[in-house]
Design a protein around this ligand. Structure first.
Ligand SMILES: C[S@@+](CC[C@H](N)C(=O)[O-])C[C@H]1O[C@@H](n2cnc3c(N)ncnc32)[C@H](O)[C@@H]1O
Length: 190
């Protein structure tokens, strides 16, 4: 577990560690450099399944290498496509789905997640979640594209039925320079 909650990435990780068990089915909707994908693969173990999406070939390749180096590639299915098509690949209901939005650290800032496609992907993700499943979404409000995306996501999550979902927003209100924001959505048992 993480000792300090001083950034949303730590909080997202702590929630993943708390909620994921061996054998779970999980989705990393933005694999990037594969840090979350590796953690997810370790948490679900050989008996679980991780689906990973990214539109960049380099992200898919780097993630694949990271998984192979750590001997955790067996249970991971990497898909080079936009997460808005998540329902075309993920056939099982998921225990947890994670989105770490924005651009690839160290990569082109022009290849960035976009509000319109992200919201489609989030809608489909809520459908794909199991009862008691969790959706984690980190947004980056320090750049214009990210700010617009965060606004759209906030608008969308604000009106979803509270009988069906619990929606929580983690935001550091005393930090300078527009720190990232984390949304945590839990699907209720009906
Ligand atoms: C902030 S990075 C993810 C970091 C990653 N979770 C990690 O642990 O390294 C965001 C990623 O989203 C990817 N991306 C952008 N648009 C996408 C889309 N429509 N579908 C899937 N991935 C997308 C980018 O290529 C980039 O690699």
């Amino acid at each position: 577990m993480y000792k300090y909650f001083n950034n949303v990435v730590s909080i997202a990780k702590a929630l993943m560690i708390k909620r994921i068990s061996k054998g779970n089915i999980v989705v990393d909707a933005t694999v990037g450099n594969g840090n979350d994908t590796l953690l997810l693969a370790q948490l679900v173990g050989e008996e679980g399944k991780v689906y990973g999406f990214d539109i960049q070939e380099s992200a898919i390749n780097n993630t694949n290498l990271k998984l192979i180096e750590n001997n955790f590639n067996e249970s991971v299915y990497l898909i080079k496509d936009s997460h808005e098509n998540i329902d075309q690949y993920v056939v099982d209901k998921a225990d947890l789905i994670v989105f770490n939005l924005g651009y690839l650290p160290g990569g082109s800032h022009d290849i960035v997640t976009k509000a319109e496609t992200t919201v489609i992907a989030l809608e489909k993700s809520l459908d794909l979640l199991k009862e008691n499943g969790l959706l984690l979404v980190t947004t980056y409000v320090g750049h214009n594209e990210g700010k617009t995306e965060d606004r759209q996501i906030n608008k969308y999550f604000s009106v979803i039925d509270q009988k069906k979902f619990n929606v929580l927003k983690f935001e550091f209100i005393n930090q300078i320079n527009y720190p990232p924001v984390l949304y945590c959505v839990e699907k209720n048992k009906l």
